[in-house]
Design a protein around this ligand. Sequence first.
Ligand code: SAM
Length: 246
Amino acid sequence: MTQSTEKVSASHSEEHMLGHGFYNKHSHEQAKANTYALPLIVEAINRIDLAQIGSEFGIADYGSAQGQNSLLPMKTAIAQIRALAPKSGRAAIPISVTHTDLPTNDWSTLFQTVLFSPDSYLAGESDVFCFASGTSVYQQIFPPNHIAFGYSAITEHWLSRKPCNIPNEIWSTRATEGVRNTWAAQAKADWHSFLQYRALEMQPSGQLLIIGSGGGRRRQQRRRRLNQSCKSHSPAVGQRRHTIPG
Ligand SMILES: C[S@@+](CC[C@H](N)C(=O)[O-])C[C@H]1O[C@@H](n2cnc3c(N)ncnc32)[C@H](O)[C@@H]1O
């Protein structure tokens, strides 16, 4: 597969979220959404065949922002891998966690958070290694068959580009039909890129968990379409959905 032609230029920095830890301090609702994922993370790790994982268990956190809201999800995944490893004859398995986001992300805050927060998944752990990548989720980020567990919370509503302006409105759902269709086509193309690249990166028994927001009258229909597109890309890409209250 060829790399996507999408390019994220430095000029995006003006549009990007504020730095200096602003998101970490002001994303309590997003943090709450991540807590709904915790039992799903345990379930996903339980489905991974640790005997098939190589010398390292690779975790990817797609769309990490400044890291605070990823700490508990990553900690939960690591605890479950540690609990399961002896049962699969793997006494110790090194774990790598790679946080990915846009090149303009506030990476200094991410590293300060992950390396030094007492709540970090690194605290008190050995054989856990953290990395970061500034490659867009709409491109291939890892070599093939590299990731055993992929996690992405509240990220895929960010499209790779603005396909057109929305006259007189700020919400795409309130735009005129033509404009709405243009945005829908961009969202569809991005979603397919996301799934194609994740299907390449995931190991055969790997699991991908995506936490996203959605709503509106056509919710059921949208969920059905989402499940169908996941299935068509790879069995490694999750085929189940759970509804979170809200
Ligand atoms: C709402 S934040 C979610 C952060 C965190 N996962 C959480 O649950 O709080 C969405 C993040 O996705 C990132 N993002 C947007 N487009 C992206 C892309 N194409 N590739 C990687 N990350 C992207 C943004 O920079 C932002 O940090």
